[in-house]
Design a protein around this ligand. Structure first.
Ligand SMILES: Cc1cc2nc3c(=O)[nH]c(=O)nc-3n(C[C@H](O)[C@H](O)[C@H](O)COP(=O)(O)OP(=O)(O)OC[C@H]3O[C@@H](n4cnc5c(N)ncnc54)[C@H](O)[C@@H]3O)c2cc1C
Length: 520
């Protein structure tokens, strides 16, 4: 007899969305998580630098969740269970090595004026770019928010063809395949405007030359301008806590420290799991939020598996750096005080160079650095008068072949020495932009791609996005070309998480799609 209607392996955002939807529907749900906390990449800790300093160890920015269909469906319930967001009027900025910066606000007219002042017509182009996404928002967000290989998606396409005309729809898809470099270099005159958007393509797991990067960057530009770059009050871990509280209030069971080691299959149907703790738990449906390698080579070892899974590629690694500071940052460049996320980059060529170096296994000579200022949005993250910084370096190699600057001695696996030497390089770039750096720096903590994988087994090689997001592994082809939505070769077994459509980030889309498919 199945003990649960649904057993969910893992407790990342997608698992928690599925568990919340299904338990709210009245089904019996069990979530098992191998770590001693729920949330996966949503993890806040005050044991990172100094006591009293609360750091989002991994994911921090919830714009994808705030704009997602999952949030639209769960917002009220989650708010009742303690989820709240903190905002800044200035979601992002680019800060170039010469100290020039461009800040994005949340008022379109003000952004248009600022961009026009940078380069003739750049503001008008911005209005046209985000305006086009806005006009297509229903179509775009609906495509991302439902199973793609489905009658509904086909209907949506047909409706769009009817609305636009077949020829214009063909043009639309052609332009949507444009790389970010092509978009930025042909539309924008100003190097500052180009720099503002250049690094964002890294946050969707692409590089400036990758197909469809231009469209993804335009979607990000629209989302940041419209919804900002919010953080969770109290930290990303509070989002996980709100989900857990909601699931348990609806009768769901959440167990940490329980690792699924095998999915039990009988007559081609999943009927339960075995755990590392030597338990056997039966359920009618199994929903696995794991990387494809673990699912097909581990949990389903010995069962039939899609041949193509072996070809699945993980993307570049990610590097995190956290600081506890003795006071507010005094930027050399004006206007950055309350910006949520600042990219330190010289623009499209610099982003291209650093991501290419990381792709080739090299430590980038000048990495692209994303600096978050969470306590500017949520002052409770640290003691009064102090500050924290959240740095993400999306260009870190998983396996190392050398140092592009020829300065750091390397071996193929990340070591503590290499991690700290690379952190020194990042700190060198950061500190040049901050007047009072020597006075305020209290403590830092770095996480290499290897450290990230140790915290979350799904981050294979430190890849934060559950697999390379190139076109061949995205949309209807995620994780593999033969994939049909979230189904698997085993009946009653569903695959969710960053490795499945609609891909990585805190949108919770795959969890929502599977829950809806199961009647939620
Ligand atoms: C450093 C970093 C920063 C990021 N920053 C952002 C950001 O600011 N904004 C954003 O939108 N996205 C960000 N991302 C991406 C985003 O966080 C992830 O794509 C997303 O959270 C992945 O969610 P998921 O549902 O796939 O599950 P995950 O968060 O990957 O969680 C999976 C969970 O499953 C558990 N698990 C795996 N196997 C088993 C098993 N066999 N038994 C039991 N449990 C198991 C794992 O322990 C883990 O807790 C970031 C990612 C990283 C790594």
């Amino acid at each position: 007899m199945a003990a649960f209607d649904h057993l969910i392996i893992g407790s990342g955002i997608n698992a928690l969305v599925a568990a919340a939807m299904l338990s709210r529907k009245g089904d019996s749900v069990l979530v098992v998580e191998r770590e001693d906390r729920v949330g996966g990449c949503m993890y806040t800790s005050d044991a990172v630098t100094l006591p009293g300093f609360h750091h989002d160890v991994m994911a921090a920015t919830f714009v994808l969740f705030l704009t997602s269909p999952a949030y639209a469906g769960l917002a009220e319930d989650l708010a009742e269970h303690g989820l709240a967001f903190c905002h800044s009027a200035h979601p992002t900025a680019a800060l170039r090595p010469d100290g020039s910066n461009l800040v994005l606000g949340m008022d379109r007219a003000a952004n248009v004026a600022a961009f026009n002042a940078c380069g003739a017509g750049d503001g008008d182009q911005h209005a046209a770019d985000v305006g086009a996404i806005e006009a297509d928002a229903d179509f775009l967000f609906a495509l991302l928010g439902q199973p793609l290989w489905s009658r509904q998606a086909l209907m949506l396409l047909a409706k769009q063809a009817w609305k636009k005309g077949l020829g214009p729809l063909k043009t639309w898809f052609g332009e949507a395949l444009e790389p970010s470099r092509g978009w930025l270099e042909t539309r924008y005159a100003s190097a500052d405007v180009q720099a503002l958007w250049a690094a964002w393509v890294l946050h969707v797991g692409l590089t400036p030359e990758a197909t469809y990067g231009g469209q993804m960057s335009r979607v990000i530009a629209f989302a940041l301008e419209a919804a900002g770059a919010p953080v969770v009050k109290g930290g990303a871990g509070q989002a996980a806590a709100a989900f857990r509280s909601l699931i348990e209030a609806k009768g769901g069971v959440v167990r940490t420290g329980v690792e699924a080691t095998k999915i039990i299959v009988e007559k081609g149907r999943a009927i339960g799991i075995e755990t590392a703790q030597e338990e056997k738990i039966l359920a009618k449906n199994i929903i696995a939020s794991t990387a494809p390698g673990q699912l097909y080579d581990g949990l389903l070892a010995g069962q039939s598996q899609p041949e193509t899974t072996k070809k699945y590629r993980h993307g570049r690694g990610n590097f995190q750096l956290h600081y506890a500071l003795d006071g507010a940052v005094e930027w050399q460049s004006a206007g950055l005080e309350d910006v949520a996320l600042i990219h330190l980059t010289d623009g499209i060529d610099a982003v291209s160079k650093s991501s290419n170096e990381a792709e080739r296994g090299m430590l980038p000579a000048v990495p692209t650095i994303c600096v978050g200022q969470p306590n500017r949005l949520d002052p409770g993250r640290c003691p009064e008068g102090k500050a924290i910084l959240w740095l993400q370096i999306p260009d870190a190699p998983s396996a190392i072949k050398g140092d592009a600057a020829g300065q750091i001695e390397t071996v193929p696996d990340w070591t503590e020495e290499m991690r700290e030497a690379f952190a020194d390089r990042i700190e060198g770039i950061l500190s040049r932009h901050i007047k009072n750096w020597d006075r305020i720096k209290l403590k830092r903590r770095a996480y290499s791609p290897r450290d990230l994988e140790q915290m979350n087994v799904n981050l294979v090689g430190g890849d934060p996005y559950g697999g390379a997001c190139t076109l061949d592994q995205f949309f209807v082809w995620r994780p593999v070309a033969g994939q049909v939505n979230n189904g698997t070769s085993v009946k009653n077994l569903y695959h969710i998480g960053a490795s499945t459509h609609p891909g990585p980030g805190l949108g919770g889309g795959s969890g929502l799609n599977v829950a809806k498919g199961l009647g939620a």
